[in-house]
Design a protein around this ligand. Sequence first.
Ligand code: SAH
Length: 254
Amino acid sequence: MMFHVKPQRIQTNSYSVERLQALCASCGVPLSGDDSALLLRHLDLVLSHNESVNLTAVTERAEALRLHVVDSLCVVPAISEFERPDGKLLDLGTGAGFPGIPVSVAAAVDCVLMDSTRKKTDFLSSAVRELGLSDSVSVVNARAEDAARSGEYLMSGVLARAVASLPTLVELSSPLLQRDGLLYCMKAQVEQLELSSGDRAAALCAMSREARLDYALPGGPERRSVIVYRKVGDTPVNLPRRTGMAKKRPLGTR
Ligand code: SAH
């Protein structure tokens, strides 16, 4: 009997290791095949747990790859561009692990994933174990204000994607940052009004704007920005304010 062996189809579809590598390369982030496969497995876990945990509104796989994984990786060049003290990054309001997991893998940096929603951090704890990332990534269920009050977190950098306005992010991250540490705010759009409120809040929080980077998200028309703030002094004594205040009554807003 004769067997006809089908040649193995090379995956070049819009949801593949190669596609992810190509998109990342175009934003200046080289990614190995293994790391790329790992990030696809993370996304698979997110999408398969999405019904029970409500992790993302983007459910189409190729779109989720671009809008979550690639979008997360776009901050990596900014992370290597500006000098900051040694130490871990904190992903504040990480949700399903974006941008913290992709950044930790691609930039080879230790990362703490923090979110106030228990269901999300429970999902993340098991995902991190399943992905074999427990040595470099830890998961904390807390509100940023409460974590700051505990004094346990003094980070080299804070990442925040789609979490809050600039004044709120500046205030929440200041007590979590070492002197000279950096806050990277990843934004779909940023208006002048928000930027100037952010800068006024920064002046009250021992923070100072270091840079604004604008770029196109690879593979589509979307524009994105990273606003970088630096911790330039000691944490002011009035921070953190009562939990919830940074969002409810933002500093620096006229
Ligand atoms: N960064 C993720 C999730 C964005 S949704 C992404 O880009 O996909 C915002 C997340 O921030 C939610 O999961 C919410 O629970 C969390 N969050 C909001 N305020 C917070 C706070 N003060 N401390 C910790 N987590 C917070």
